[in-house]
Design a protein around this ligand. Structure first.
Ligand code: HEC
Ligand code: HEC
Length: 306
């Protein structure tokens, strides 16, 4: 309705609403034969002159009284409604009802209703929550509703969306880290090296990266790529490709990839960099929900009983 922001729309809508009611009342009045006393039995009824199927005649009887009264009452109800509720343009009505307030009230009631469900987890550690059957049910539901579209319904991820069930993490992988990721989101940034590294050298570095993961790579390129890797990449990804969790730089030697392992894809990553974002859910989920969900995600890959 953002198109209807000018005040005059309020008057226009009020005119239609009140005009509609006035028109109904006028229509009833114009057909006021019902006000007259009932005709004596046997008085011939006026015909409209319409006849179908030989003898089916449309008579011009007045509308029944109960029907007319019902109509009048509906008009009174409509006027009362417009006085109490926001129906006349921008007039808020005597009750000042808004659907935004109604939703806020419902949400508050809902939060209060589920509060006892989460209360029992307040004194439990994330490790205990992860093993609690009831919390697992809640966790899987929250995950399917808010996370599965990116991380997959089995939490095993997809290209660019990390697998959350393999105990291989960009960051720390603790329940606290997972909770913080859910609350604040994540932004994985790798700088682009276009202009610094030429495409030939990028291909050599890519071959070297593939060799760290024991993937097939041209041995000559691998030899030439090593120096470039140590120069440009080791600061973040580690001299042996072991990664750096504080920077979110993935391990390049463990055979677990966010993205494609192809030579071309790695060259593209080197030249164009990466910008991978997970949105923040701090406004969508309550702190209680984040606590249970993060414990559940942690429990996916930390399956040994603690
Ligand atoms: C819109 C897509 C999207 C949604 C929805 C989403 N994520 Fe993510 N998530 C990502 C991306 C992309 C990354 C990788 C960010 C990066 O590269 O640093 C990520 C990373 C993560 C990580 C860090 C993984 C690691 O290896 O360190 C965790 C944990 C995580 N998500 C959990 C969740 C949970 C739990 C939810 C549901 C509340 C969720 N995500 C919803 C896109 C999403
Ligand atoms: C400033 C730190 C930094 C530097 C320097 C850096 N990277 Fe990265 N790199 C990252 C980060 C952070 C990510 C993860 C991006 C994401 O979350 O999607 C990444 C991702 C990657 C990936 C994707 C890994 C996967 O699992 O799909 C490859 C490949 C890669 N880097 C190779 C390199 C190479 C080769 C160099 C050197 C030319 C390099 N990086 C230099 C930070 C860095």
């Amino acid at each position: 309705m953002s198109d209807f922001i000018h005040d005059s729309w309020g008057y226009f809508i009020s005119a239609i609403a009140l005009g509609g009611i006035a028109w109904c009342v006028w229509l009833l009045y114009s057909q006021r034969r019902w006000l007259q006393s009932k005709p004596a039995p046997g008085t011939p009824v006026q015909s409209t002159g319409h006849v179908w199927d030989g003898d089916l005649t449309e008579l011009n009887n007045p509308v029944p009284r109960w029907w007319t009264w019902m109509y009048l009452l509906l008009c009174v109800f409509a006027l009362g409604y417009l006085v109490l509720m926001p129906g006349l343009g921008t007039n808020p009505g005597l009750l000042a009802f808004t659907s935004a307030d109604a939703i806020a009230r419902e949400q508050a009631a809902q939060a209060q209703a589920v509060q006892p469900v989460y209360a029992r987890y307040a004194s439990m550690t994330p490790q205990q929550i992860a093993r609690d059957p009831k919390a697992q049910e809640i966790g899987v539901r929250l995950f399917l509703n808010t996370c599965a579209q990116c991380h997959g319904s089995d939490a095993k991820g997809a290209p660019n969306f990390p697998n959350l069930a393999d105990n291989d993490w960009l960051g720390e992988g603790t329940p606290e880290y997972i909770a913080q990721t859910i609350e604040q989101g994540r932004h994985g940034v790798m700088p682009a090296w276009k202009g610094v590294i030429d495409p030939k050298n990028a291909a050599e570095i890519a071959a070297y990266v593939r060799s760290m993961s024991k993937l097939a790579a041209d041995p000559v390129q691998v030899v030439f790529g090593k120096a470039g890797y140590e120069n440009y990449c080791a600061a973040c990804h580690g001299i042996d490709g072991q990664g750096n969790r504080a920077l979110g730089a993935p391990n390049l030697s463990d055979g677990i990839w966010l993205n494609s392992t192809s030579q071309d894809a790695i060259v593209r990553t080197i030249l164009e960099g990466r910008d991978n974002r997970m949105p923040a859910f701090g406004q969508v989920l309550t702190p209680d929900q984040i606590r249970v969900l993060s414990a559940w995600v942690w429990g996916l890959s930390n399956t040994a009983s603690q």
